[in-house]
Design a protein around this ligand. Structure first.
Ligand SMILES: NC(=O)c1ccc[n+]([C@@H]2O[C@H](COP(=O)([O-])OP(=O)(O)OC[C@H]3O[C@@H](n4cnc5c(N)ncnc54)[C@H](OP(=O)(O)O)[C@@H]3O)[C@@H](O)[C@H]2O)c1
Length: 443
């Protein structure tokens, strides 16, 4: 592994094809024999630091259409939090089911799960049939794994019946020194970014792009008022940038003054501090409070000069969904990709049907959408929102930060990269955008 890293650091990328691939590598795992360790605990007490391990695991065999990548950096996504607390399901069920689909897929069914759905790194090997990528290519990977043997996925690959999220529903993810991906997950690494910056947008940037911009999502247009929950978080920090970049008007919801300041740094002007306003959309566990929906709607109108949101960018789920449906404008769209606070949503359907609103479900992104989202990063139109970087051995703490909402934007993880700040190829583009690239950095 050291020879591989030395070659990358010395910029001798042509040498990589000739260096032997190590038989084992270090990766962050959960263990199948530990899925019950948190039984009986409240969700918030299930601590990823107990369940995420740094293990030496065997390097998987390389199949057709696949690549083995030397991972320089990765990032934490909320799916790693779900994996590490075994909620709502243990991911070993996903791996078992995938493993049954073919002899090649059976590689994924292991008693350990190497997690992580983002990476920036360098291709080491490609499998049979790969034309577009070669050893030495500097890449980032998106997390859509598809088989495309059924007709169903050929209009929109997210509809493939065998669609999976790499590093969550498949093994050999990105929080590791090596990762196994399908080559149709690969995209060029943005040349003006460091490894850890390039690794951080991937999953959330692509998801926010489909959810907000794509015709498969809310199809945002210039002038739209867009209500964005968690506007300085993983998804929200990209949604806010897409709204501003596309000529829309974001109304950013956050929970602290510090987060409000980050939204201002991105260029947003209309910001609601939900903690300061003290919204209580639920009177108790069973009943919502429409008066609080109204109070929230009135605040939005106060900021926008009377406009209701054309689009509500939803992901908190149960706690906010009733309010989201209520505040969307007549004919507006609520687009949802998650349910962080609970997946059984309730809302007053009269506001939906009488006002001709639409709810759209959105999940990750197809290759084209992920490519378009990455291209915007590569051109310096959208910027990483990396706030803090941990080492691979500290991944448990990094996941704990995200679980407890103690982070801003994205939290990065160095894998093979020995330090932050490496991997930049286009210093001139970087210099032009340096303050934007750094606006989420701590300290
Ligand atoms: N379907 C997909 O493809 C997909 C892709 C990415 C993520 N997701 C899911 O989307 C969710 C968010 O992911 P993320 O990466 O953006 O996470 P994140 O970085 O934790 O950001 C989420 C933000 O939402 C806000 N929030 C959390 N709980 C809330 C609540 N009860 N009410 C109002 N706001 C709340 C918080 O902001 P404030 O405290 O500042 O308000 C938080 O910063 C997760 O459940 C994740 O699994 C799904």
């Amino acid at each position: 592994m050291q020879k591989i890293l030395d070659a990358i650091l010395a910029d001798e990328l042509d040498a990589l094809a000739h260096l032997p691939v190590p038989q084992t590598y270090r990766g962050v795992t959960v263990h199948a024999d530990e899925v019950e360790i948190f039984d009986g605990l409240a969700t918030a007490d299930k601590d990823p630091r107990r369940s995420l391990h740094l293990d030496e695991v065997p390097t998987p065999e390389l199949g057709p259409g696949e690549a083995l990548v030397a991972v320089m950096a990765s990032a934490i996504n909320y799916n790693t939090v779900w994996t590490s607390i075994f909620e709502p399901l243990s991911t070993f069920g996903f791996l078992k089911r995938y493993g049954k689909t073919s002899p090649l897929a059976s590689r994924h069914d292991q008693p350990y799960h190497v997690v992580g759905s983002d990476l920036a790194g360098v291709v080491l090997r490609t499998g049979p049939g790969v034309q577009a990528w070669k050893p030495g290519d500097e890449v980032v990977a998106h997390c859509l794994s598809v088989e495309l043997e059924s007709p169903d996925g050929h209009n929109d690959t997210m509809l493939d019946p065998e669609q999976r999220i790499w590093g969550f529903e498949t093994n050999f993810g990105g929080l590791a020194e090596l990762a196994l991906v399908k080559t149709n997950q690969l995209m060029p690494k943005p040349r003006h970014l460091t490894w850890e910056e390039a690794a951080s947008p991937g999953l959330v940037n692509s998801t926010a792009y489909r959810q907000l911009v794509s015709t498969n999502g809310a199809n945002m247009k210039q002038g739209d008022t867009v209500l964005i929950w968690g506007a300085s978080g993983g998804l929200g920090s990209y949604a806010t940038q897409f709204a501003l970049n596309g000529g829309a008007i974001p109304v950013c919801v956050v929970s602290s003054e510090e987060k409000a300041e980050l939204c201002r740094r991105m260029g947003a002007e209309l910001i609601i501090n939900r903690s300061a306003e003290g919204y209580r959309f639920w009177k108790d566990e069973h009943e919502q409070d429409p008066k609080e929906w109204k109070r929230f709607g009135a605040k939005i109108r106060e900021l926008t000069g009377g406009d209701d949101p054309d689009i509500v960018f939803e992901h908190p789920g149960r706690e906010t969904f009733g309010a989201s449906v209520y505040v969307a404008r007549k004919g507006g769209t609520i687009v949802t990709c998650a349910s962080t606070s609970g997946f059984l949503h309730s809302y007053d359907n009269r506001y939906l049907w009488m006002n001709l609103k639409r709810i759209i479900g959105s999940h990750f992104a197809n290759y084209r959408e992920a490519w378009e989202a990455n291209r915007l990063i590569a051109k310096g139109k959208i910027h990483p929102t990396l706030s803090k970087v941990y080492t691979l051995a500290e991944t448990g703490q990094a996941a704990r930060d995200v679980q407890s909402n103690a982070h801003q934007g994205k939290v990065g993880v160095l894998c093979l990269a020995p330090a932050e700040g490496l991997g930049v190829r286009d210093g001139e583009l970087r210099a032009r955008h340096l303050s934007d690239i750094n606006r989420f950095r701590e300290g």
